[in-house]
Design a protein around this ligand. Structure first.
Ligand SMILES: [Zn+2]
Length: 498
């Protein structure tokens, strides 16, 4: 997962240690980020998750039947929506109609839980991120490939580029029969595939990773209790919601929690049902220009190993994660003159509607506090907090177009700020901040211990709302800082700047 500072550490703690140890360790994570910062140096997305183990579709590459005329496949019964992929539903079958212009393009697939079965994971948390590409195969098949490569050639015309290509093949994770060929709205060609079994099944790019399964002792998918809830499609993304049920066994006896942990429903019933949402988000055709990492500034970063004929040593190219902030075309001159302008696209954070109402203004203030930082770069209102528009049924909290502060009913005393970045450029695409309800306990204890000698407001077991609100604002701002690409500042302070 790209750019998550605290999350990896929290999950590790939760699943590896007992309840008691978890509380001790998670308390530390707001201050102890070295481990997470090191983890951050690992490449994002495609470099991280070998997807070769994804379940096959159960047949060879060749299609078993020939494509039929369009109207015989997409019949009058089809309920259709147009978007990144045109989606057709015919009775209990789901079809994607994919324009030729999208075949070969890089697509980010981000899978999140919508509902979990307890055990320290929460609806809204990231399960899996991959970068995939559609590719036409032999005999009317369409392949889905996952990009796993971190070795690149500086110049594709140099001989060494062939050596890079020869040893870095991306896995074909699924093969689909092309059911029919059609015509898109721009009169380019389209291909139609049946995606029902792919999304209902346990295919790694849109399901749990092996590590998650190991952690919770999950095994086979129960097909009769797994289904597609809905598919919605929009201009740059297609959203698939599923319910998946797995067989599950309780954790092995031994050191509690050290190998794996049990989910409450696994203990009670031997099965675990989960809600998942996979977002297929089209990445920009031309990746954003990279900004190279500088040791002196603590940004999260991805890296590639770069080969070229002229080298006498292999290069590591490390590039930071950052949002794409650009002035609007009509404002470029003003911006260059040093006038403050609004960016083409604001960074918008929505507040989870599950958030207690009295804390929302403080969470929002912590987000808006970052506006001043962007003013130094010539942008006003670059980042803004908004309430989630609960009446807008075209939006969902897990949709990869939106950044959300998710509120978790949890006794974990922490919060975390990850980001999902374009693995090719480091462009931050979205973030889902994880906010545990019980972070307030941590804030209370910190503030009491550190300030009670001088601040009478800190001498209470329950703080008044305005004090707790200020502390929430501080954590909100802190986590948003991580999602803007910033690590903990280990190198300087207000007294000793670097
Ligand atoms: Zn932090």
């Amino acid at each position: 997962m790209a750019g998550s500072l605290i999350s990896a550490f929290v999950k590790f703690n939760y699943q590896v240690f007992t309840q008691f140890m978890r509380k001790v360790f998670t308390t530390l994570t707001l201050v102890a980020s070295v481990t997470a910062a090191v983890a951050q140096q690992k490449p994002a997305g495609p470099s991280q998750a070998p997807a070769g183990g994804a379940a096959a579709m159960g047949r060879g590459a060749a299609a078993t039947s020939q494509p039929k005329p369009y109207k015989d496949v997409i019949t009058d019964k089809a309920v259709s929506q147009s978007g990144l992929f045109t989606v057709h539903k015919i009775e209990d079958k789901w079809y994607f109609e994919i324009p030729d212009s999208i075949i070969g393009r890089d697509i980010l697939v981000s899978t999140r839980y919508t509902k979990t079965a307890g055990g320290g994971t929460y609806g809204g948390e990231q399960v899996n991120v991959q970068t995939v590409r559609w590719e036409k195969g032999p005999s009317h098949t369409l392949f889905m490939k996952v990009l796993t490569i971190v070795n690149v050639a500086a110049d594709s015309s140099q001989p060494i580029a062939q050596a890079v290509t020869n040893s870095n093949m991306d896995p074909i994770v699924s093969s689909f029969e092309i059911k029919t060929y059609g015509k898109g709205s721009d009169s380019t060609g389209t291909v139609v595939i049946d995606v029902t079994d792919f999304f209902k099944g346990d295919n790694q790019p849109v399901s749990l990773t092996p590590n998650i399964k190991r952690r919770f002792n999950l095994s086979g998918l129960a097909g009769d209790r797994s289904y597609i809830e809905s598919i919605h499609t929009y201009p740059i993304n297609t959203e698939i919601r599923t319910v998946k049920t797995f067989s599950a066994s309780p954790a092995q006896p031994g050191i509690p929690g050290l190998v794996s942990s049990s989910l409450p429903s696994a203990e009670a019933t031997g099965v675990v049902s989960l809600g998942l949402n996979s977002s297929f988000l089209l990445l920009p055709k031309t990746p954003m220009r990279k900004r190279l990492f500088d040791q002196r500034v603590g940004f999260f970063a991805s890296d590639y190993t770069v080969y070229s004929d002229d080298q006498q040593k292999v290069d590591e190219q490390v590039f930071i994660h950052r949002w794409r902030l650009e002035p609007k075309d009509e404002d470029v001159e003003k911006w260059k003159r040093g006038e403050l302008v609004e960016p083409k696209r604001q960074i918008v954070y929505y507040i989870d509607p599950a958030t207690p109402k009295k804390w929302r203004p403080y969470l929002m203030a912590g987000i808006n506090d970052w506006q001043a930082a962007f003013e130094k770069a010539g942008f006003k209102n670059a980042i803004i907090a908004k309430e989630w528009p609960e009446n807008d049924k075209s939006m969902s909290l897990e949709d990869a177009r939106f950044s959300v502060v998710r509120y978790f009913a949890s006794d974990i005393e922490n919060a975390y700020g990850p980001n999902v970045a374009d693995p090719r450029s480091g462009e931050i695409l979205e973030s889902h901040i994880g906010w545990y309800h019980n972070v307030m306990k941590l804030l209370h204890d910190w503030y009491m211990v550190q300030t009670a000698a001088v601040d009478p407001r800190a001498r209470h077991m329950k703080f008044d709302d305005s004090l707790m609100g200020s502390l929430i604002r501080f954590v909100s701002s802190h986590e948003v800082g991580h999602t803007l690409g910033l690590r903990h500042n280990m190198g300087s302070s207000s007294r000793t700047p670097v």
